[in-house]
Design a protein around this ligand. Structure first.
Ligand code: SF4
Length: 539
């Protein structure tokens, strides 16, 4: 009888990611594939690479390079200080007290940044950051630049040789899948593909992940370089694709209706920089609103929450794994109030040591003081709210389904319940005027007491969003790319007649918004590249 050759899949999360929690997509995909019977294991390469880069041995090597490099003495002194602090700097992030002192927290971040700067020294033109990497004169949105980078020695090679390849050899894998979620992972993803092709050619290389699905959805040709460094690219990331892929690897059945989550036994929780384990998970797929005209979410899966019982079971499993407490990072596009009510019910009723944060829309239910208190009692530490603007006209233009009055009522109710409000603002909208920007500033100043953090962004027009597909409806007269080196960008620039809203908004932000004492107080001069991932712990 003919035997099917044994297959074993390694799912690798490539660097660079913030080193405070596991990257969800790869870990959850490996867990889901196992539930279908596939022999799969997951490696957090982002964490492995980060730890390798900041290891005493590597930093000592980097110091030698720095000393021989002719760098000014002052710079070398700063780098040496970074190396000295790195142990303490990294470990400081596990201490809950650190998050109660903004100055001490910012200084721990500076030490970490200095150590990463030192780890960059052997690679001129490369600047490693917390959760990011900059390659001078090169953009990760350019297929050509990714190709060039993938063909030369760089900051990911040593970890590949010392960490990734030995792990793959020991595991006896036949396939390796790289899970690509964020643009800053693209450099390592294609470089690792090149190294795997050179050093382990018998391994079948597969590329998948949310960024790949987004590229596919906006029409990027996934068959051309640099994608051809993989034997296979999985373009959609949906359940049908995953189950079909599982079947090829010997799996069978349908995906269970449970949270999309990291296998609790698989992550090295104690190695992340966080005061308690941060457990990322999506308790639903897709967005239930799917209407915002600047958002491309409708290109992806329809909304599908996980089952109520499965949610309760998962919460109990996390609590059992972390009796000392954990922070759930709920990564859903928008968490539905009814689903959150169930989550808070279970946590409060069964006194589970869990807190959580995630993105929500401004829904009338969040403005009910009783409901907000229920969420707080049920572990809600922070809500990330897509406020965008306080201009009624622009809110309508965006089809946000919210008004400034609702925004105000929600912020007041949730902050009164003790929940941190992290508001996301969007400027540079089509046809936006300075007067409308002033409306948003006035709103922020009036509600400053109920805002605990702000994320301020300029609108990049997502390809495939309603605004992008029907620009004239929104007063957009021209859509153009951000330049010749942005062929992999998911966004475009735009103009409204003579007006360039993004540029005008940037000037206004500098001239008006960032000068506001209330805005300055909310932003509080904090150095926090970890953003909301640590923001939920900050006093
Ligand atoms: S912006 Fe948020 S709420 Fe609006 S459609 Fe996109 S994911 Fe959904």
């Amino acid at each position: 009888m003919e035997r099917t050759p044994r297959t074993r899949l390694a799912v690798v999360t490539p660097p660079v990611l913030k080193p405070c929690e596991p990257g969800l997509s790869g870990a959850a995909a490996a867990s889901a594939l196992r539930s279908l019977g596939v022999d799969a294991a997951w490696l957090d390469g982002a964490l492995g690479w980060f730890r390798h880069s900041l290891s005493p041995a590597n930093l000592a090597r980097c110091l030698e390079v720095a000393d021989a490099s002719g760098l000014p003495e002052g710079v070398r002194l700063a780098l040496r200080r970074g190396a000295r602090h790195v142990e303490g700097g990294a470990l400081a992030f596990v201490a809950p007290e650190l998050y109660r002192h903004r100055k001490r927290y910012s200084s721990a971040v500076s030490h970490l940044e200095n150590a990463l700067r030192l780890a960059s020294v052997p690679f001129p033109g490369t600047h490693l950051r917390v959760g990011d990497v900059e390659i001078k004169g090169r953009r990760a949105l350019s297929a050509e630049h990714l190709e060039e980078f993938a063909d030369r020695d760089g900051p990911f090679d040593a970890w590949c040789e010392d960490g990734l390849l030995p792990w793959l050899d020991a595991g006896g894998f036949t396939h390796v899948g790289l899970s690509l979620t964020f643009t800053q992972q693209a450099w390592a993803t294609f470089r690792l593909a090149t190294l795997l092709r050179a050093h382990r050619p018998s391994l079948s290389r597969v590329l998948a992940g949310p960024l790949v699905s987004c590229w596919s959805a906006v029409g990027v040709d996934l068959g051309r370089p640099p994608f051809d460094r993989f034997d296979r690219v999985l373009p959609s990331g949906d359940e049908a694709e995953l189950t079909a892929f599982a079947a090829e690897l010997g799996g069978v059945g349908a995906l269970p209706h449970r949270p999309w989550a990291v296998d609790l036994a698989e992550a090295a929780w104690e190695r992340y920089l966080a005061p308690v384990p941060i457990v990322p998970a999506a308790i639903g797929r897709g967005c239930y609103w799917r209407a915002c005209t600047f958002c491309p979410d409708h290109l992806h899966d329809r909304y599908r929450p996980c089952g109520r019982d499965a949610l309760g079971d998962w919460l109990h499993a996390v609590a059992e794994r972390f009796p000392g407490g954990a922070m759930l990072h709920l990564t859903d596009s928008a968490l539905a109030p009814a689903h959150l009510e169930r989550l808070a019910d279970v946590i409060a009723r069964d006194r589970l040591p869990l807190r959580w944060h995630g993105f929500v829309r401004f829904e009338p239910r969040f403005a009910e003081p009783g409901f907000a208190r229920h969420l707080a009692d049920g572990g809600c530490a922070m809500l990330q709210l897509g406020l965008e603007t306080a201009s009624p006209r622009l809110l309508e233009l965006m089809d946000k389904g919210q008004t400034p009055e609702l925004e105000r009522a929600v912020l007041r109710a949730t902050s009164a319940a003790g929940i941190r409000n992290h508001a996301y603002l969007l400027f540079g909208l089509p046809t936006e005027t300075d007067a409308e920007r002033e409306q948003t500033l006035a709103f922020v100043e009036a509600e400053g007491a109920h805002l605990h953090d702000l994320n301020v962004a300029l609108l990049n027009l997502p390809r495939g969003s309603p605004m992008h597909r029907h620009p004239q409806r929104f007063g957009i007269t021209a859509v153009s790319s951000f330049g010749p080196e942005t062929d992999l960008s998911l966004y475009d620039d735009f103009r409204c007649g003579d007006s360039h809203p993004r540029v005008e908004a940037r000037r206004w932000l500098d001239r008006r918004f960032y000068k506001s004492p209330v805005v300055r107080r909310v932003l509080a001069d904090l150095r926090n590249p970890f953003a909301a991932n640590h923001g939920c712990f900050l006093a």
